[in-house]
Design a binder for this molecule. Structure first.
Ligand code: SF4
Length: 322
């Protein structure tokens, strides 16, 4: 079974906030309002590109705070997605924790919404306030419970390296989010985007984003928290769309087009390092067997893990598939 999302970006609509890190127009690359009739042709176009295999397709309303739209407008979008019943398997959307209530959930349930993703970002109110989120962690907990009461899948999104946070708090956030038993999680290291309040803080020297190395290390530990609880992490790092990567859009921060891959590499590096350390005297060569499909992760991007072991321990590591 292959899983596909048909992303429909609704930039900033339904959201009167201006979170310190957010420039939705930059993230989504869309600056104009999306109308329901446009959504119809977007879905149609996407469907025509998808391979004809065993597949699970969801229409995903991302980019703004969907449930902050007037109910009528939400329904109009649902109706368009509903026209593809039989071809798509569900609808998912992203929103803010404080925009969840019985009314929006009844509507979502009636139109077959399968998953709602909440931008939780941090479990620490001090961090939420500092980043102008306008909601508390209590709002996240209540919204998560209500979504689950309605039998709708729960997704949670968190950020690492936010102003006011630190690695310990990011890991704690992951632990507290895991307690809410989400069906999936997305983890985003904070980037300083052009035109945001964060950019001003950064330029004033009031905020230093994580280095790529720090972000990888933190994300590794956050990922481990969720994996230990068997909670799927479906995204690590912002999607590197063309618009996001346009010159000047990312002012600073640990951006890498394959951030998730770097984190997986690091997990393997740690595992192999443990094996090497167990040996009494470092051998010149060591062979490590890893599951089929994990070889490239264990080798690392541009063979970075192999270089690391060679330089640090003088050990030549050979990775073989099990
Ligand atoms: S709530 Fe979401 S869309 Fe609104 S400003 Fe914050 S991050 Fe951007």
């Amino acid at each position: 079974m292959r899983y596909y999302n048909i992303p429909i970006f609704i930039p900033h609509e339904g959201c009167p906030h201006d979170c310190s890190f957010c420039n939705q127009r930059k993230i989504t690359g869309v600056t104009t309002t999306v109308k329901p009739h446009q959504v119809h042709s977007m879905i149609e176009k996407h469907l025509s590109f998808l391979p004809d295999c065993k597949r699970h397709i969801e229409v995903a309303f991302f980019g703004g705070s969907f449930t902050g739209l007037p109910l009528k407008k939400q329904e109009n979008f649902y109706r368009v997605a509903g026209e593809f019943r039989g071809e798509i398997d569900g609808i998912r959307l992203s929103t803010r924790p404080d925009y969840i209530n019985a009314e929006v959930l009844s509507l979502a349930k009636a139109w077959g919404v399968t998953t709602i993703e909440l931008g939780a970002q941090s479990a620490f109110d001090r961090v939420l306030v500092q980043n102008l989120r306008g909601h508390t962690f209590q709002d996240t907990k209540e919204a998560a419970a209500l979504i689950q009461d309605y039998g709708i899948g729960l997704g949670l999104q968190m950020m690492t390296g936010l102003p006011g946070s630190n690695r310990e708090w990011d890991i704690k956030t992951a632990e507290l989010l895991a307690e809410l038993k989400p069906d999936c999680v997305r983890v985003y290291p904070t980037l300083v985007l052009n035109g945001t309040a964060m950019e001003q803080q950064y330029r004033a020297g009031e905020y230093s984003p994580q280095t790529l190395e720090e972000a990888v290390e933190t994300a590794k530990r956050v990922l481990t928290v969720f994996r230990n609880r068997e909670i799927p992490v479906i995204r690590l790092g912002l999607h590197a769309g063309e618009e996001l990567r346009e010159e000047g859009n990312i002012v600073a921060g640990p951006f890498h087009p394959a951030f998730g891959e770097l984190v997986e590499n690091r997990i393997w590096r740690d595992r192999i390092e443990e094996e090497i350390k167990k040996t009494i005297s470092f051998p010149k060569e060591i062979s490590i067997q890893v599951p089929f499909g994990e070889v490239s992760k264990a080798v690392g991007q541009k063979r970075c893990n192999l270089t690391y072991f060679q330089e640090k321990y003088g050990v030549s590591v050979k990775i073989e598939s099990r």
